[in-house]
Design a protein around this ligand. Structure first.
Ligand code: PFF
Length: 620
């Protein structure tokens, strides 16, 4: 392999050690998805039965795509490319390769724009536990609660209120106006950019080398604490009792595949870039498996046995079922109130989540840094500054439109879609452009053991088919409701009707009507469709003249309240549109930049490498 510098694109760095690269990639994979998302998904999707589609997805999608990505990345590194467009273009000199490269830049950077918020929340919670502020909050809220059930209610109510206020979920702009959270976000930003500025070996690798063992150690300590709680077997039973009937539900299969994707963070460019810092004959097969296994250990063993069993033990079945946010930021703090030494364990838990989040977010920044440096010859300082500015603008947007986590939610939705598209593109490129047999040969070069013989068939047919099926099913299931949320007129009508429906419900409250009867009455007055337009002239007087609480102790006429809610809903739908348009515009910009770079700097450096006779013969 050449060690001569190639203009603008010479390989500047290599990983310092095998364990370093494994920990860096595992660091990217291990994150909030392991400790919060996974338990939520498993407990809501059949418990132990969830593991069947989960393991199948791991074998059919997770491991094969990870191997493809590692191989393509290492190959790109041979051409002096550490950036996704360059890596793809070196292997396939066509426009779709640049588009795939642009996608692989887009997804991580956009995820960073909201992930940094979650990261900051974790840090903020850790600080609250460490400084005893949660203890104080609990002491205040439980003062008047008598009996265990009352205590649970008071504590969960307090943590819910704390989460909604502290994390800006109640109103747009509240996070920016509130003061403290901005500093926590800024600090988290700074931590990321300082590490990135130090480079792959001195920054990312050194950080992950101590952060990963430390966070795993903390998680093991907490796991031991949880497993030694009296009656914990009931909690474990609640989490893992298989509900086999759920396997007939397609949603469960989709959830399992989605979890594998999110958790391993494979297929959309992170591993591509990390693998490009490998040397030509460094093993990719075992290295990839080691990183994936570390992720699975953290997910199934550590993530699967802490939160939900403990929540069941202290809060009961109702408290133990929840989505990622509820489980993470409402349930866990509540558990800590009931657990002996809860303050210490709370600080430790959120501290480890913060570390896990940082090791993930670092991996979202490196692809863009590498692109700015390789593609445009920017120095480290300039590339860090440019990326800092771009991500700060995106994060400020997500932070400002924080009511109900609106911007975060929409951004996450589109990222999930683009993630699967990028992964499908990557595996198709591997199987059909490079050629599965050739690709697998390259995969096996320098490997500590060879991949199974059926791998080419799997990569050419099975994995892409599985991915396309996921893509279609996922789009089918989620796209209609999501598109509806982007329709301002419709959202305005739904919101207005809901206000009137509330009045109708209150009006008939005394009669104790069955749900169906209630629906019929509402439909007769307001129209059957949930987005029916309200014709005020046709309403009975009791409804048209009703008043509703408008907040701050004010009463509003129902028409006024409906108009207000409609305006809010309209603006939320517009924000959803801006998120989508913003992401698409960003993708186009990245494609144009990738195109320019491939025509100039990146193209020249690839040709230089080829002229030196280093080219991989399949790359034509
Ligand atoms: N894999 C990470 C987790 O399980 O939390 C999340 C993640 C990291 C998603 C990096 C996307 C990404 F680019």
């Amino acid at each position: 392999m050449s060690t001569q510098p190639v203009e603008g694109c010479q390989r500047k760095e290599n990983w310092g050690s095998r364990i370093g690269v494994v920990l860096a990639v595992a660091g990217s994979a291990v994150g909030l998805g392991n400790f919060l998302r996974f338990p939520g998904q498993a407990v809501n999707n059949g418990g132990g039965a969830f593991m069947i589609p989960y393991i199948l997805s791991f074998l059919l999608v997770g491991i094969p795509i990870a191997w493809c990505e590692w191989t393509i990345g290492r190959l790109g590194g041979r051409y002096g490319q550490n950036n996704a467009p360059g890596i793809m273009f070196a292997i396939w000199r066509r426009s779709p390769a640049k588009l795939l490269g642009a996608l692989a830049l887009l997804v991580p950077v956009v995820i960073y724009m909201y992930y940094i918020l979650l990261e900051a929340w974790c840090l903020d919670y850790a600080i609250h536990f460490a400084t005893g502020r949660f203890d104080h909050l609990f002491a205040e809220t439980t003062r008047n609660a008598s009996g265990h059930a009352d205590q649970i209610k008071a504590v969960v109510g307090a943590t819910r209120d704390f989460f909604h206020t502290n994390c800006g979920l109640k109103a747009h702009g509240s996070l920016l106006a509130g003061g403290r959270m901005i500093w926590v976000v800024l600090f988290s930003f700074l931590v990321n950019f300082v590490i990135i500025y130090r480079g792959v070996t001195k920054g990312i690798e050194s950080f992950c080398k101590w952060a990963m063992p430390l966070l795993i150690l903390c998680a093991i300590v907490i796991l031991v604490r949880v497993l030694t709680l009296p009656h914990i077997s009931a909690g474990l039973g609640f989490m893992w009792n298989p509900d086999w009937a759920r396997l007939r539900d397609a949603k469960v299969w989709l959830a399992a595949a989605g979890q594998i994707f999110f958790s391993l963070s494979v297929g959309f460019g992170l591993i591509l870039v990390y693998a490009s810092y490998l040397r030509e004959n460094d093993d990719v097969v075992l290295t990839s498996l080691s990183a994936s296994s570390t992720n699975e250990f953290c997910e199934v063993i550590l993530g699967g046995m802490i939160v939900v069993p403990a929540a069941f033990l202290f809060l009961g079945a109702a408290g133990a079922k929840g989505g990622t946010f509820d489980l993470g930021f409402i349930t866990v703090p509540a558990i800590m109130h009931f657990m002996p030494l809860g303050r210490l364990f709370g600080a430790m838990w959120f501290g480890l989540l913060f570390l896990a989040a940082v090791t993930s977010s670092l991996s979202m920044l490196q692809p863009a840094i590498a692109f700015l440096e390789d593609g445009f010859g920017l120095r480290r300082r300039a590339s860090v500054a440019v990326l800092g500015l771009v991500t700060a603008i995106g994060a400020a947007f997500t932070m400002y439109f924080s009511k109900g986590a609106l911007a975060l939610d929409h951004t996450d939705f589109w990222c999930n879609l683009f993630m699967i598209v990028a992964a499908t593109g990557m595996v198709l490129m591997f199987g059909w452009v490079i050629g599965a047999e050739r690709g697998v040969e390259e995969m096996n070069r320098g490997a500590d053991f060879r991949v199974p013989r059926f791998m080419p068939v799997l990569l050419r047919y099975v994995t892409p088919a599985f991915l396309v099926a996921i893509l279609v099913a996922w789009t089918w299931q989620t796209a209609p409701s999501h598109l509806e949320r982007m329709n301002p007129d419709k959202q305005a009508r739904i919101a207005a009707r809901a206000v009137y429906a509330g009045v109708v419900k209150k009006h008939y409250a005394g009669r104790k009507l069955a749900k169906k009867e209630m629906e019929q009455k509402t439909a007769a007055l307001l129209g059957a469709e949930k987005d029916a337009a309200i014709d005020a002239a046709k309403l009975p007087a009791w409804l048209a003249d009703a008043t509703v609480a408008g907040g701050h102790g004010k009463e509003l006429s129902v028409a006024e309240a409906a108009a207000r809610r409609a305006a809010e809903a309209r603006s939320d739908a517009n924000i959803a549109r801006y998120v989508f348009l913003g992401i698409v515009a960003f993708l186009i910009l990245l494609y144009v930049l990738a195109d320019i770079a491939c025509r100039t700097r990146i193209g020249r450096s690839i040709r230089r490498v080829e002229d030196e006779g280093i080219a991989w013969e399949a790359a034509k």
